[in-house]
Design a protein around this ligand. Structure first.
Ligand code: SF4
Length: 374
């Protein structure tokens, strides 16, 4: 059943209703989990919601929520920022990007620093905006920084297709787009991660459908539940995961049925397939993973900014930053010694403090680390 937009205010109200959330909490408590379990929320949107509504604090002690590699800005490696900086340094290039990425530190500073030093770096709200920018500035090469997961990939595919149809050749994409299943396979197969259940990303699943995650339940034996982003959605998903654990089964269940369908969005999947091919790509914290990225199809090479020869310096993760461990679910943001001291949203040391979906930014904004760690 689809959601009628006119019902949205009522729906939102009920998804945040204290009584409904308390009811789900009681149901979780009644399951009487006999051991401590670690449930990973894959999506940065879930992480932000969990901190915002302090769900960590109300759950039974047996349930530990850990963040995963689902914040697009956070998992984009430093080399990509450095590559974008090298392109921005070219005299005829304007770099167009989503706002969060501008502040992510690369080896030689951020794109915001490059802009302050005279580079043409512009924040856009969509890839389609960057296409229009190129159409209106034919003497400039507009390079759009394509980061994100399947949810963003389909919108970039549509904008790119539009640019190609209009023969706008001064529009390029530098792709660091990523796909979730292969990265989760690598992460969850590692011996030191210890994840008992997965809260699957609602937005990504809306595009991909559920099938691509079935191997996690079937082959790795880890229960999975697709979740929405409101407190009630998350509590229902935590309950469903806990119930699977109590019943000793592992299935892929959907608690976001008002948006995500089993088959996903076929039109969006088609757009991605028409414009991109799977490639090996680098993830912050996870390294390079086969077939976990999307690059432009070879026939669209002229629109691919990776073809432009630039020197990209080798850089290293900032000293003391623990983003990699946080993205693998091995560390909570509050456990990073730099949190709230050298690293704040105003002075981010790592990417997880930049994005609103980053675990460190969420912990800083909504968390209670002052009391525990100061
Ligand atoms: S608090 Fe800052 S330095 Fe620490 S892991 Fe997070 S982003 Fe990195």
């Amino acid at each position: 059943m689809s959601t009628n937009p006119q019902n949205l205010p009522r729906l939102l109200e009920s998804c945040r209703d204290v009584e409904h959330v308390s009811y789900m909490l009681r149901k979780i408590q009644e399951l009487n989990l006999s051991r401590r379990v670690r449930l990973m929320e894959v999506c940065g949107g879930h992480t932000a919601a969990i901190y915002r509504y302090a769900l960590h604090d109300i759950l039974p002690d047996e349930i530990e929520l850990i963040s995963g590699p689902g914040c697009p800005v956070c998992v984009t490696p430093m080399e990509y920022v450095d590559h974008a900086m090298a392109l921005a340094a070219l005299p005829h290039v304007a770099v167009a990007t989503f706002g969060d990425l501008v502040r992510v530190p690369g080896g030689g500073g951020s794109l915001a620093d490059a802009r302050a030093n005279g580079a043409d770096v512009r924040v856009v709200y969509s890839c389609a905006d960057a296409v229009e920018m190129a159409a209106q500035n034919p003497s400039q090469l507009v390079v759009f920084l394509g980061i994100g997961f399947e949810t963003t990939a389909c919108t970039i595919a549509a904008a790119l297709e539009n640019a190609i149809e209009r023969d706008i050749r001064n529009f390029n994409v530098l792709s660091a787009l990523k796909t979730m299943p292969q990265a989760l396979n690598v992460l969850l197969s590692a011996p030191d991660v210890g994840v008992d259940g997965l809260i699957l990303p609602g937005h990504v699943t809306t595009i991909t459908g559920l099938g691509c995650f079935e191997f996690i339940a079937r082959d790795l034996g880890i229960p999975c539940v697709v979740s929405g982003f409101e407190p009630l959605d998350l509590m229902r998903s935590i309950y469903a995961l806990s119930k699977q654990l109590v019943e000793e089964r592992s299935d892929v269940e959907n608690e976001y049925g008002r948006v995500a369908r089993a088959e996903g969005n076929l039109a969006a999947q088609g757009a991605i397939e028409r414009m991109f091919v799977p490639v090996k790509t680098g993830w912050r914290g996870l390294g390079k993973i086969e077939n976990s990225g999307l690059d432009l199809r070879p026939e669209f090479a002229e629109w691919n900014a990776a073809r432009i020869p630039v020197h990209v310096p080798r850089s290293h993760e900032p000293r003391g930053c623990r983003c990699g461990e946080i993205l693998r679910g091995q560390l909570h943001p509050e456990e990073c010694p730099l949190m709230g001291k050298r690293c704040t949203p105003e002075t981010p040391v790592g990417a997880c403090m930049v994005s609103s979906e980053g675990a460190c930014a969420a912990a800083y904004q909504y968390g209670s680390y002052y009391a525990d760690y100061e």
